[in-house]
Design a protein around this ligand. Structure first.
Ligand SMILES: NC(=O)c1ccc[n+]([C@@H]2O[C@H](COP(=O)([O-])OP(=O)(O)OC[C@H]3O[C@@H](n4cnc5c(N)ncnc54)[C@H](O)[C@@H]3O)[C@@H](O)[C@H]2O)c1
Ligand SMILES: [Zn+2]
Length: 366
């Protein structure tokens, strides 16, 4: 089993990554949270159907009396009204200050349950059991919780770390193909940012990864979690270093927003964003053509990405009004070498527009 410590104050915690871990969740929680009086697993119907019984069995055999609390599936459920409804359910079920909330699901469940745990009775214990690639390599690590507002995504949230993150790559076998691949781009991102070996796995073992070979998945999830944990441990609140995790996200977010969050999954938008960032790095002389080619190939060989049909000018305008913009200057995370990135704030507008137009060309289906 891989164990990764996330060093945050006042209390560091661990992420454990192992195939089959879900069946041992009860025993682990009995060790970490022996005082837990009530345990509530928050989940969505598709995950409940496939994985809740296994978790409940494991909790029961460790002496807990777990209850499963369902919320609606999908990004539209990531809103304050869902948090309020869940809090009402918890109160009716008699949840007190010693309750433990388990988030069993993807990033939506993790974000909503995290926010709920930070608010219910001014804060109860939280355990993350992420069930998508995206949630396993990214959303469950780092303590960010949020819901969306009509005015924008993730505008209402807290920093609230779980007591432990239990990652079982075996649960990914029921994940829809497109969700699975979309999450892989975030893992590949970790390789490009700071883990050459992880990147090489994508180059060399791609077929096995796409077949969801459990050994490959365990490796790439563990390495991605390690990288995110290192960055978060050094920079919990995103002042500096944590920004490197935004590789592909500057343009990715703009593409998501410009397409109305309809045609691209987040990971797919990040994939296009990484291709664009690589193209920009090449054009402004921050990387060489060999490195740029390897990165673009690694991204594009994971599967066909949805077509990009947006106007490059509109993408640029969005970037300039994005919340991550400082004083009107857009910061880009640019790859230098495999495993090394840098932040640039001097990319000419023309270069950005050209890079987005290049995405349109690359993605055209003919
Ligand atoms: N907190 C953070 O730091 C952070 C970081 C990145 C993303 N996020 C958030 O995460 C969210 C996206 O998360 P996501 O991509 O996991 O989407 P998601 O939670 O909507 O899950 C995607 C779909 O997969 C289904 N599903 C989940 N696990 C499954 C399984 N094992 N088998 C079958 N189906 C399964 C879900 O029911 C859902 O329909 C966004 O809201 C994003 O803002 C948060
Ligand atoms: Zn992301």
């Amino acid at each position: 089993m891989a164990q990764v410590t996330i060093h945050v104050l006042p209390r560091p915690y661990q992420a454990r990554i192992e195939n089959g871990l879900l069946a041992r969740a009860g025993a682990i929680l009995a060790e970490i949270l022996p005082q837990a009086s009530q345990v509530f697993a928050v989940t969505v119907p598709p995950v409940r159907r496939r994985w809740a019984a296994k978790l409940v069995r494991s909790l029961r055999s460790a002496g807990f009396k777990p209850q499963v609390v369902a919320m609606p599936d999908g990004e539209p459920a990531k809103k304050l009204a869902t948090v309020e409804k869940l809090a009402g359910k918890l109160a009716r079920l008699g949840a007190d200050r010693k309750a433990v909330l388990i988030a069993l699901g993807g990033g939506v469940v993790g974000d909503v349950t995290g926010l709920l745990a930070s608010l219910y009775m001014r804060g109860v214990e939280l355990v993350q059991i992420p069930t998508t690639v995206l949630a396993q390599v990214d959303a469950s690590i780092g303590g960010k919780t949020a819901v969306n507002l009509a005015a924008g995504k993730n505008l209402l949230g807290t920093f609230y770390h779980p007591r432990v993150v239990l990652i079982d790559p075996a649960v990914l076998k029921t994940l829809p193909e497109r969700e699975f691949r979309a999450g892989l781009y975030e893992a590949l991102k970790c390789g490009i940012i700071g883990d050459v070996d992880l990147f090489l796995r994508f180059e060399q073992n791609r077929a096995r990864i796409l077949r969801r070979d459990p050994v490959e998945l365990e490796y790439l999830i563990a390495q991605s979690v390690k990288l995110k944990a290192e960055v978060v441990s050094a920079d919990e609140r995103e002042e500096g270093l944590r920004r490197v995790l935004n590789l592909g996200h500057t343009i990715g977010h703009a593409l998501e927003a410009e397409t109305g969050y309809g045609s691209l999954l987040h990971g797919e938008a990040v994939a296009w964003g990484m291709v664009a960032a690589t193209n920009i790095a090449l054009r402004v002389g921050r990387t060489d053509s060999l490195t740029a080619g390897r990165i673009a190939d690694a991204v594009l060989s994971l599967g066909r990405l949805p077509e990009v049909k947006v106007s490059a000018r509109k993408v640029l305008a969005r970037l300039q009004s994005d919340k991550k913009t400082q004083n009107g200057v857009v910061h880009f995370v640019l790859p230098r070498e495999i495993g090394k990135v840098e932040i640039a704030n001097d990319v000419p507008e023309r270069v950005v527009v050209d890079a987005v137009e290049e995405l349109r060309r690359l993605s055209r289906r003919d």
